[in-house]
Design a protein around this ligand. Structure first.
Ligand code: HSE
Length: 382
């Protein structure tokens, strides 16, 4: 299969290098920015790639929603298969692209958009064909996992841990997407779309790690607990879909606690299979490029679909899931939450709530912050 690559950044360079060595795959053209076409195979117009009869597939590794959406749509319309690593694109326009690919009888796969090298979406799509998927989730952001691990095991503070994650190339261009949980949310949106044929696109509960301090992490460490940013998606008993991202406290013996540095741990629970876990590098040039090549190989073997053309957008419903929450906040406001146990330490209150809906905890934290309070919360994952 002959492949043209849209984008020549960190992942694009990795994909090109791997294509040059891969058996059965051939690099045709690379779309680069105007003024950067310093070799004959580098081009600056998407039309040139769409019109190239010797390009069978495009790989989009530009990032961002536009012009990636226009370019991938144009390639699909021209009858090319498309593979992308771009979670923002698939979260925003996956259903349209899946429908266009199905109409044209070509492939549209996006393994690399969720979990880098971790073969999660690929296996989830296969599992969803033969088992009922009860839930999807795990650790899907390498930057925040790296930071929480560095704060826990190396005693780093938040700002230094973020700087190190950026310098190692794990963070997005704007790391707000990582620390706010948005990057992880986009990935669980894709997981839900693959597992349930439903793309949650509103009603999320989203809490990142921006409120955590070095003191919090050391406090948890002393109690034998480990903090991780976890994503969760699944079907409620009422048939609606839940999808949320929040910090969670786990026993040091849990599988999540053993996921260190920038690693991801994606998991699904099948009604018959039970829990299936995938651990590996969720970011970086070659890990992400390896997932792109796996998708190309899948297409070459006739596998065309990851998100079905029937996939619909839905609102998430997180009111039916209940958790107990560890909360740290100003002591003067601690009566605003239904604590089952709490300690007052000067101006601070710390404690664990009774089981409350995910939506209630997120709404209460928002309300308290609007009143100027500093609040940190994490679900207790016993
Ligand atoms: N910024 C992302 C992460 C890159 O840290 O996981 C891979 O999606």
């Amino acid at each position: 299969m002959r492949v043209s690559v849209l984008g020549y950044g960190t992942v694009g360079v990795g994909v090109c290098e791997m294509l040059e060595k891969a058996e059965g795959l051939e690099l045709r053209k690379v779309l680069v920015r105007p003024g950067k076409a310093d070799k004959p195979f580098k081009v600056t117009s998407i039309e040139e790639i769409c019109a190239d009869p010797e390009t069978d597939a495009v790989v989009e590794v530009m990032g961002g929603v536009e012009p990636a959406f226009s370019f991938v749509s144009a390639a699909l319309r021209a009858g090319k298969h498309a593979v992308t690593s771009n979670k923002a694109l698939v979260a925003a326009h996956g259903p349209e692209l899946a429908r266009l690919a199905a109409e044209k009888g070509v492939g549209f796969l996006f393994s690399a958009a969720c979990g880098g090298a971790v073969p999660f979406l690929h296996n989830l799509a296969l599992a969803a064909e033969s088992d009922r998927i009860v839930s999807v989730g795990g650790i899907l952001n390498g930057t925040t996992n790296f930071m929480l691990d560095a704060m826990q095991r190396r005693g780093m503070d938040y700002a230094d841990a973020l700087k190190e994650a950026q310098s190692l190339g794990y963070a997005e261009a704007d790391p707000t997407a990582d620390v706010s949980g948005l990057d992880a949310l986009r990935k669980i949106m894709l997981g839900c779309a693959v597992a349930y044929d439903k793309l949650p696109c509103e009603g999320f509960s989203l809490e990142g790690i921006e409120s955590v301090t070095a003191d919090d992490v050391q406090h948890f460490r002393a109690k034998g607990l480990v903090l991780r940013l976890l994503v969760s998606g699944g079907l409620n008993e009422r048939g609606t879909l839940y999808a949320f991202v929040q910090p969670c406290l786990l026993p040091a013996s849990s599988p999540e606690a053993s996921v260190l540095k920038n690693f991801n741990m994606a998991k699904y629970r099948g009604e018959n299979a039970g829990d299936i876990l995938f651990i590996g590098q969720g970011a970086g040039r070659y890990p992400t490029a390896s997932a792109v090549l796996r998708d190309l190989s899948d297409i070459a073997h006739g596998r065309r679909e990851m998100m079905k053309s029937s996939c619909v957008r839905v609102a998430a419903d997180n009111s039916a899931v209940e958790k107990r929450y560890y909360v740290r906040l100003d002591a003067a406001l601690s009566d605003c939450l239904p604590f089952a146990e709490k300690e007052i330490d000067g101006a601070l209150a710390r404690g664990v709530t009774k089981a409350i809906p995910v939506t209630e905890m997120h709404a209460k934290a928002k309300m308290l912050r609007e009143r100027g309070a500093a609040v940190f919360f994490a679900a207790m994952e016993e």
